[in-house]
Design a protein around this ligand. Structure first.
Ligand code: HGY
Ligand code: MN
Ligand code: MN
Length: 408
């Protein structure tokens, strides 16, 4: 089993990777940026040192292969991009754990090859979609779609890929041969507080929420704040307010921890104290373990949006950037992991994931499973995000044990 220096190695590698950030505060590593390229470079070295043969793909993912017997593969990985001013563990820790697992085995020792993947742009923070590499590897993404995803400077994902030296038109070459993949496993921080509150070092994921994400534009008219009567205004922010409150209320009314709605972006223009807001750009992110609940919350939000736009004399438009159904994790893999957890004598709990992961699109097409390690105070997507290297090392041990059992 992995020795103590596994935990120490994971700690060192994550602290080195955290330096590849565009911000001092927290970690900001957006897709197709120089920070992303530097992190990928570092991961390439780590993979090669661990005995893996590495290769990139057109989506900006990096793959490390440990040759096993036969032509089938077991894939382990997570994403290396981050949110803005996020933490040092979200995604990237799952890549480092995958490398640690592969390091443990010698070539040809396993009945299948191990493919360790550092997925790109899982978060969708720069261009608005998300799951870029996982969707490309599933063969679900057409290059022309990437023209529709733009960052705040108007640069499309397609252009950013080209500028970073990738060939988006070759995206289809990245697709896996799904018949050859026996399973996918992602080790990830919980990003919630359940394991931390229960003092449990490990979580076995049951399912992942479905998500829908929107970009919304409300357009009114800039006017003088002092001389324009209230009855003559087309105030875009006043029109946005009932929608923002409805998002919170519609999710709260379901009284379930897995039904959530978030307006994470609210950009007001021209954004000056003495001008009536001319336009507002909003985002909406709605999630639930039940697709029908998710869709009902979305409908309630947009009904209020349309009403409020009419009341305030505003034009309103929106673009759905992501729609992904909730998934259950593969029962066969979960049983193998339960077995390994018992053999490793690790206390754990089974729980659903309120966060999206690369396992979310993958689980629809391939057997997929996830292991969680605790997040201190349940915090994530912030500089305070913190998890213990020994918890990652324990998850590594469990997966090593599962793979060893699989080989016998
Ligand atoms: O948004 C999420 O749940 C994930 O961090 N992409
Ligand atoms: Mn995240
Ligand atoms: Mn993540």
């Amino acid at each position: 089993m992995s020795d103590m220096n596994t935990a120490e190695r994971i700690r060192q590698e994550l602290s080195a990777l955290a330096k590849f950030s565009a911000t001092e505060k927290g970690v900001t590593r957006l897709p197709f940026t120089k920070e992303a390229a530097a992190a990928l470079n570092y991961l390439d070295k780590l993979m090669q040192e661990a005995g893996l043969t590495t290769y990139p793909d057109a989506s900006g993912a990096l793959h490390g292969l440990l040759q096993g017997k036969g032509s089938q593969r077991f894939v382990i990985g997570s994403h290396y991009d981050s949110v803005v001013e996020g933490g040092a563990y979200d995604g990237i820790a799952g890549v480092v754990c995958g490398i640690e697992i592969a390091r443990h085995f010698a070539p040809q020792e396993l009945p299948f090859s191990l493919e360790i993947v550092a997925f790109n742009d899982e978060e969708g923070v720069r261009f608005g979609g998300g799951f870029l590499s996982s969707k490309a590897l599933l063969g679900e993404l057409q290059p022309e779609e990437l023209q529709n995803y733009r960052d705040t400077k108007g640069i499309s994902c397609y252009e950013a890929m080209q500028e970073a030296g990738y060939a988006p038109e070759r995206l289809s070459e990245a697709a896996w041969d799904k018949d050859k993949i026996v399973g996918f496993l992602e080790i990830h921080i919980e990003q919630g507080a359940r394991l931390y509150k229960e003092h449990l070092p490990l979580g076995l994921v049951t399912g992942i929420v479905g998500m829908r994400r929107f970009d919304i534009q409300l357009t009114g008219r800039a006017d003088h704040a002092g001389t324009t009567p209230m009855t003559l205004r087309a105030d875009a922010l006043a029109g946005a307010a009932p929608f923002i409150l409805m998002a919170q209320r519609a999710a709260r009314e379901r009284k379930s921890p897995n039904v959530v709605a978030t307006v994470g972006v609210c950009e007001v223009k021209p954004g000056t104290v003495n001008t009536v807001p001319a336009s507002v750009h909003l985002t909406l992110d709605v999630r639930s373990l039940r697709a029908e609940t998710r869709d009902a919350v979305v409908a309630e939000c947009f009904n209020v949006l349309e009403e409020s736009a009419t009341d305030n004399g505003l034009r309103v438009s929106w673009q759905e950037k992501l729609s992904v159904a909730p998934v259950n994790m593969d029962e066969g893999l979960r049983e193998r992991l339960r077995q390994a957890i018992h053999e490793e004598n690790v206390s754990y709990m089974e729980l659903a994931s309120g966060a999206g992961h690369d396992a979310l699109p993958i689980a629809r097409k391939l057997p997929a499973a996830m292991l969680f390690v605790p997040s201190k105070d349940g915090r994530s997507h912030c500089p305070e995000e913190s998890s213990r290297p020994e918890d990652f090392s324990r998850a590594v041990d469990v997966v090593i044990r599962m793979l060893e059992d699989w080989s016998n």
